[in-house]
Structure formats: C-alpha cells, structure tokens
Design a protein around this ligand. Structure first.
Ligand code: PFF
Length: 455
C-alpha cells in the first residue's frame, strides 16, 4: 500500500526513536499537573489502579489500533482512512476520523500554547529570585497579574507557538527527531533530579500517602469516567496523532511491545510528577489547589521556601515546557502531513499557516481569563472551557470509538494480522473482544458522561 505514498522517505530512524517521539507526545501538561491532582482527589491509589485498568483495556488497544492503521496506510490520518476504507470495500466516510483529528488538534493546540506559555514565563520568574521567601499573596498576585494581562499572555503564547512551528517546519528527521532526541532524555533526567529533591524535602511520606492510599470511600461511578478520560488525553489518543506517528514507524517494529513501552513511560512520568509535586505541597502546608493553581501558584510558593528553590523551580518549569513542546509538535502533525501530501505544499509554509490559525484561536483562550471572563455563550462555558470540552471530551473519545470499531469490524483480518503480531486463535479472539467491544463500550460511557449533564 505504500507505493503511492509521497512521504515514503519519511521514517523514524529507529524503533526507539519512535518510542521517544510517541512518549514525547503523550507526556505533557496532562501528566504533570492533571494526573497527580485527579489521582489525589479521586481515591489516591484506588484511582491509580482504576486508571491503570483503563489504560490497559482501552488506552493500549486504541493506541495499537492507531499505530497499526497508520503503518498500514503510510499517509496522513485522512488519507490513511480513505485508502484503508476503499481497499476494504468500506464507505469512504470513514475518513471523517482524520478530519475530526485535524480539528481536535487545532483546538487543543490553541489553548495548549497559552498554558505552556505560562510555564515558559515561569522559567524566568523562578530563576530571577523574585519569589525568594515570598508569601502566598505575592505568588498569587504574580499569577493573577499574568492572567489579567492579555498582552503578556499573548507574548508568551507567541513565543511558545513560534518555537513549536519552527521545530515542526524543519520536518520529521531534521526537526522532530532532533528535538525529541534531546528533550525526552533530558526530561527524564530532570524528573529524577527533582524526585531526589522531593525525597529529601521532608514531605515525601505524606505526598506518597496522598497519591497511593487506597481511599475507596472516594471512589464513585465518576471515578471510572475521570480515569478513562485521563487515559485518553494523556496518551494522545483519538485524533490521529499516534496514527501519523505510526505511519513513520519502520515495518519491522513490533507494535505490541512498542505500545507497552510508551504507555509505561507515560504512566511513570505521571506518577513521578505527583511524587515531585505533593511532598513539596505538604512540607509547606499548602493547599492542594485545583487546575492551574496547583502548578503556577503552589509550586513557585513551595520552591520559594526551599534551599536552591530558584534553580530547582526554574528547572521544573523548563521540564514542563519541554513536555508541552513535544506534545504540541504532535498536535500539528495530522494536519501538516495531510496538507503536505495533498497540496504538495512546502512543509514550512503549511506549518506557519497552521500555527497562525492556532495562535489566532488561542486569543480566545487568552481573553477567557480577562476581558472575556464573563462571556459564557454556550452551556455557561467560557471560550477556553468550550474549546477544551469540545476537543478533549467529545472529539477525542468519538475518534477513539470509531478507530476501535473500524479496525475490529471493518478491516479484513489479514490486514490486521499483517500489522499486529497475534500468534494464536485465542489471542485473536481476545484482541477482538478488547478492541471491538470493551474499548468502544467504555468510550461510549465517557462520551455519554460528556453529553448527559447538558440535557
Ligand atoms: N498527551 C498530551 C498531554 O498529556 O498533555 C496532550 C495531547 C497531545 C493530547 C497530543 C492529544 C494529542 F494528540
């Protein structure tokens, strides 16, 4: 199927590099502030256990499906789905999966760049010693000051966007690989250093307990839904990202073990991030604040009171920015690969155009924190919440659901077996049940959860 592909020359130079790239996409803002907080508030160890079940039963099968489809199609998600549906004698409408992914990518990147911009700003803020021995009010007012200033937010959003597009424009081997080769190992080293720091902070035991004590009384039906939703976002599933990265995977790489490695790396980073954050929160008697507050108020405050806090604090935000940029790169790839292959456009031109579109849409997120804060046009949601809800909670689960159904029920068995190493009839049946029934049914639950509160 790959003869007609204009991007045949594009391949990751090794399986390991693909693992790093996919882990780079998966590990991002979702791991570093969302996972620890959600885990702590939803039953700690019980949530972690449920999350792992969701990752295993839904996340991993869908990631395998995406990579398999991508490697079979060897094109952008839109073209891959069109080609595979045609060759299996199915309706060409399946290409909608690719289109939804492009739209979700633009929407997610628009707000992702704004939040990542905050992290960029905080590298400098922490390094400058501005917070040395500062109290909560100072740290809080600095953060609120940032939120209140559209000009400053736009400045940092622009810096992040330009950096992302610069890397993307350089292409798979020159840009993506080079960036990922440096960023990912550095990120792991930084996490280990910060973990060591946290271990000696005096609050490690409490932080550990907060994350891992099995608080079953906090587990309700909502916990499963939170865990499943988290699995989707954090593993970058449902929008063709893994499909397009999969299209660059060498034919000989085994998908099963590759996915296991990516999922393990993502989970280790999420758990480590929690183990870095919470001990510092507890040792400083701080509140486990929600969302942006956890990272942009609590962390600087914790670092401000610790020895060498300015160095470790700026390293922490550097780490967050690295994680965000490797995810941001992957958010553009479904759209860029399609535009490059279909319109024969220059990669840099397409990248700049797409970057500008995301930047423009991102202004809505910037304004949601200040001049548009009271503007809640639909379902009482402001612009940022609306873009986030539509992309993360509707488009990603829907994409995942369709991907699982397509590979399990619409693709010939021979094609699937050509991509995924399944040795026996029993394993085939297991694969079919998990991918074709368990995964889509679970996604349906997340999906209903998103819609039901609105009606
Ligand atoms: N996985 C990223 C995170 O956890 O921050 C976010 C993300 C990246 C979602 C790429 C979807 C995607 F395609």
């Amino acid at each position: 199927m790959s003869e007609s592909n204009p991007s045949d020359d594009i391949r990751w130079s090794s399986r390991w590099l693909f693992v790093l790239a996919a882990a780079g996409s998966a590990v991002g803002l979702g791991n570093i502030w969302k996972f620890p907080y959600v885990a702590g508030e939803n039953g700690g160890g019980a949530f972690v256990l449920i999350y792992l079940v969701c990752v295993g039963l839904v996340g991993a099968p869908i990631m395998m499906a995406e990579i398999a489809l991508g490697r079979e199609g060897r094109s952008s998600p839109i073209t891959t789905m069109t080609k595979l549906a045609a060759s299996a004698g199915r309706n060409s409408q399946w290409s909608i999966i690719g289109w939804m992914g492009v739209i979700a990518g633009v929407m997610i990147l628009s707000f992702y760049a704004v939040i990542a911009g905050w992290a960029l700003k905080y590298i400098g803020v922490l390094a400058s010693d501005e917070f040395k021995n500062a109290g909560a009010e100072v740290v809080e007012s600095t953060f609120n000051g940032l939120l209140a200033s559209p000009v400053e937010m736009i400045l940092w959003q622009t810096v992040f966007m330009v950096g992302t597009i610069w890397i993307v424009a350089r292409g798979v081997s020159k840009g993506l690989e080079k960036a990922i080769r440096w960023f990912m190992p550095l990120l792991f080293v930084m996490l280990i250093v910060l973990l060591g720091y946290s271990l000696r902070s005096g609050g490690f035991e409490q932080g550990w307990q907060f994350m891992f004590d099995f608080k079953w009384e906090d587990v309700g039906p909502g916990t499963w839904i939170m865990a499943l939703g988290q699995a989707f976002f954090t593993l970058s599933l449902g929008m063709g990202t893994m499909m397009v990265y999969g299209s660059y995977v060498p034919s000989e790489a085994k998908i099963g073990s590759t996915v296991a490695t990516i999922v393990a790396l993502d989970t280790v980073v999420a758990i480590s991030a929690g183990l870095v954050i919470f001990p510092l929160v507890f040792v400083n008697n701080l509140d486990v604040a929600q969302g942006p507050g956890l990272m942009f108020v609590t962390m600087p405050l914790a670092f401000s009171q610790l020895p060498f806090g300015s160095i470790f604090g700026s390293v922490f935000f550097l780490l967050v920015s690295f994680a965000a940029i490797t995810s941001a790169i992957s958010l553009t790839e479904p759209a860029i690969s399609y535009l490059v292959e279909n319109y024969n456009s220059k990669r840099w031109r397409v990248a700049v155009g797409l970057g500008f579109l995301c930047w423009l849409l991102g202004l809505g997120t910037v304004f949601s924190f200040n001049i548009w804060a009271d503007l809640k046009p639909v379902f009482g949601l402001n612009f940022f919440d609306l873009v986030d809800q539509i992309s993360s909670n509707i488009l990603l689960p829907l994409g995942g659901l369709l991907i699982a159904i397509f590979i399990a029920w619409r693709l010939p068995r021979k094609t699937v077996l050509g991509q995924i190493e399944i040795e026996s009839e029993r394993i085939w049946t297991l694969w079919k049940v998990v991918t074709g029934i368990v995964a889509p049914a679970s996604v349906l639950v997340v999906f209903l959860n998103t819609f039901v509160p609105f009606f």
